[in-house]
Design a binder for this molecule. Structure first.
Ligand SMILES: *Cc1c(COP(=O)(O)O)cnc(C)c1O
Length: 358
């Protein structure tokens, strides 16, 4: 029986990449040393990190005036790093309150003395849609923070808010390289790798060059300018995670790149949403135009029945469908490495469950 992993993160990776890692693990590039053992200052690793950056630049068409940085600390550390590096003029940011991760970003910004103005919120409807900017933008905003994909609530934005000269900062943790965006629309993009790019331990930062270097006296490990100057090797970077993400980037290129991946993700998600929308048992609460292609929450409306759905799914090799603890129900994460066959298997299982229980 095939196993399909619908976890929200750490999440499914491409099978060919796992096989490549396994084959290369004892001796990297015939060096007699494992990738787990080599120095980050070695020529071998230099090639790995340079290739990873170039492949990312190719895939996202990253303009030359943007720096690519390899961080640790997850998306969460960037909630601190972004205001410390970019909110240096007025220590004031705007936030689109789209749910859990946006609120976490706001909390962390406040912890480092940044004023946070909520520009719009969809809290009143339990984040079943994207918030819209409800007030004129204060010109003292250093940037506007938005979450492009709300991993828990299952919303995703492709229409970016118009913020004029105020830079957009995007937490892309859960749809990085799963949806096409124009990098030049953003001042800063960051994403933890473990949702859609690789193993945990690595966070990608893409930042417009002119926005960095204005902060005074930052802790070194939070300093974008220092990381840019040191090519992300101020200290030991997460060598293995960068290597594995690099293999995923090469796999993405083989799959036809970001446009092909985006189209495939939309088709995969449509398969599940179409089923849910005609179902008499299952519902997805999200406004149709704001639905995520990456994370699809759904419920029966009955917690006991939800538990039965999840238990039965596990027996069919459909794993990690339990919804986030804050919303309950089910959630299927359909990241790049989830094959269409996995989504079809899920739909078939849900249809059979419905026929038995309705
Ligand atoms: C998972 C997630 C985070 C936090 O990621 P960590 O790597 O655990 O810090 C932040 N933002 C979004 C949108 C996420 O999905």
């Amino acid at each position: 029986m095939p196993i399909y992993n619908f976890s929200a993160g750490p999440a499914v990776l491409p099978q060919p990449v796992i096989a490549q890692i396994q084959a290369a693990l004892p001796s990297f590039q015939n060096s007699g040393m494992s990738i787990l053992e080599i120095s980050h200052r070695s020529d071998l690793f230099e090639q790995v990190i340079n290739d990873a950056e170039q492949d990312l630049r190719d895939l996202m068409a990253i303009p030359d005036n943007y720096r690519v940085l390899f961080f640790q600390g997850g998306g969460t550390l960037q909630f601190t790093a972004a205001p410390l590096n970019l909110a240096t003029n007025h220590h004031h940011i705007g936030l689109l309150d789209s749910g859990h991760w946006a609120q976490r970003a706001g909390d962390e910004a406040q912890r480092v003395g940044t004023k946070v103005t909520v520009l719009g919120s969809s809290a009143a409807t339990h984040f079943d849609r994207l918030p819209v900017i409800e007030q004129p933008l204060d010109p003292t905003l250093d940037y506007v923070h938005l979450t492009t994909n709300n991993t828990i609530e299952g919303t995703m934005t492709t229409d970016l808010p118009a913020t004029g000269d105020i830079p957009l900062v995007a937490d892309m943790s859960s749809n990085f390289l799963g949806e096409s965006y124009r990098v030049s629309d953003f001042g800063l993009i960051f994403a933890g790798a473990q949702k859609n790019l690789g193993p945990a331990g690595l966070t990608l930062v893409i930042v417009r060059e002119d926005l960095i270097g204005h902060a005074q006296q930052l802790p070194s490990m939070l300093d974008y300018q220092l990381f840019a100057d040191k090519h992300s090797m101020f200290n030991t970077p997460p060598v293995f995670a960068i290597y594995a993400a690099g293999l995923v980037l090469k796999w993405l290129k083989q799959q036809g790149g970001l446009a092909a991946m985006t189209a495939r993700n939309h088709a995969k998600a449509a398969l599940l949403y179409d089923f849910l929308d005609q179902s008499q048992l299952f519902t997805n609460p999200v406004k149709a135009s704001d639905r995520s292609t990456m994370n699809v929450p759904f419920v029966t409306g009955n917690a006991e029945l939800d538990a039965a759905v999840i238990a039965g799914a596990s027996q069919h090799g459909l794993l990690n469908l339990k919804g986030h603890r804050s919303v309950g129900g089910m959630r299927a994460s359909l990241y790049n490495a989830m094959p269409v066959a996995g989504v079809q298997a899920l739909v078939d299982y849900l249809a059979a469950f419905e026929a038995q229980h309705h």
